[in-house]
Design a protein around this ligand. Sequence first.
Ligand code: NAI
Ligand code: MG
Length: 501
Amino acid sequence: MSELAVTLTAPNGVNYSQPVGLFINNEWVNSTSGAKITSINPTDETEITSVYAADAEDVDAAVAAARAAFKNPAWRDISTTDRGKLIHRLSTLVEKHQTILATIETWDNGKPYSVALNEDVAEVVGTLAYYAGFADKIYGQVIDTSPSKLAYTIREPLGVCGQIIPWNYPLAMAAWKLGPALACGNTVVLKAAEQTPLSILYFANLIKEAGFPPGVINILNGHGKKAGAAIASHLDIDKIAFTGSTATGREIMKMAAVNMKNITLETGGKSPLLVFDDADLDQAVKWAHIGIMSNMGQICTATSRILVQEGIYEKFISAFREHVASTSKVGDPFKDDTFQGPQVTKTQYERVLSYIESGKSEGATLMAGGEPYKDVNGKGFFIAPTIFTNVKDEMRIFREEVFGPFVVISSFKTEEEALERANNTTYGLGSAVFTQDLTKAHRVARKIEAGMVWVNSSNDSDYRIPFGGVKQSGIGRELGEAGLAAYTNSKAVHVTLESAL
Ligand code: NAI
Ligand code: MG
């Protein structure tokens, strides 16, 4: 169907066929209402193309396809090894198409091409291969009670899973959710974020090519309040997995209550990074930069609050400012030497600028940045890397997630004070601690209220290791073996061997 794909040439010269439909039952269809979403290039604010946007009726069709596929012997009764092979084939196809996928991600999202290729797409390849390996290693247990009973558990799939994806790592977040869902034998209706609708559609073609039966994976674009809400409140969806803001996570949780969906949420953060006097200063500076300025600061686990012990506070600030100035090169994301591209959308750009105003008006010291960056092409949603120091705990910029190249730095006196202030937040996602004292490192790691602690690094997540938050940063875990728990039921079977009656 030619009208459901367009031929595009990206700014880096890559020419490819971009699907623009909804992917339901391994077919491309248009939305029943004809509604569309326009994809914008955040680097120069031009329109890339528009794609069909699902509303509730289209969600119904996708759910019906996923339900039928769940009951279809072609998927239900496939051997677990063959299920793993399909997921593995998808991983291999992503690798084969990595140039186009990374190009689309950079074009639509604004992240540097080297990051899209070597981090995002590599993450998809790795995560899918990792979960492919789990498909035939998911077992129940035999539980001894007495000679008169055989009791065992079956880890069965949940059914139809709704997956709602954010725009900061579009393909990677899809892979984090698809990998375990598919390995456990579920079927999926996945909705991409309206800010970055393109890469997932190209990926959808690879699903079909890999050989998945129709309906196992259905991919929709659509607005959160329409398609997203229709998924979250759908009576025939068994599970919802979401990554995005805490406010939306809360809404989704309410909607999911309608049929008591199983739920995993990965939401916001204001992750602390603690630098003790005895830290290796160069390492702390290097990782602190990566921890907040990578991906334009648009990372849920970004270590956006830096707390430095007073003995090295001044030294840290001048070294950090110097390092940011020399390494955070803002520019065209397709250029090799670019570290920081534009924010994903005008809305996000304005949001970050409004926090800059807030920081200034609340009296924090603006140490660097604090304004739009106009030197790339005079357009685009670029923001100069921004550092505020002398930030007080009650300031909004210390408490709220900004999601930009924007960091706040404050000093502390004692370990106790550092922990108290690090934990004084409604969030609990990532955290980092820099010290060369082994016992202090482990002591702080235990006391910090977070789903993840990096000792002497920041944000070096890995698909083999569980990822998720405590407090209002989420529910449940993704990645690692722990990620499988979110996609299976443990069914208990009691077999009477010797009847007492
Ligand atoms: P959002 O949480 O509203 O959007 C994320 C996803 O949820 C998108 O697919 C969206 O379509 C969907 N969605 C939105 N409203 C929905 C609803 N009522 N029902 C069902 N689905 C819905 O985030 P948004 O507005 O794009 O960004 C705002 C802030 O959220 C950012 O500035 C950042 O602080 C945070 N955020 C955090 C992310 C993370 O990785 N934890 C990712 C994206 C945003
Ligand atoms: Mg875009």
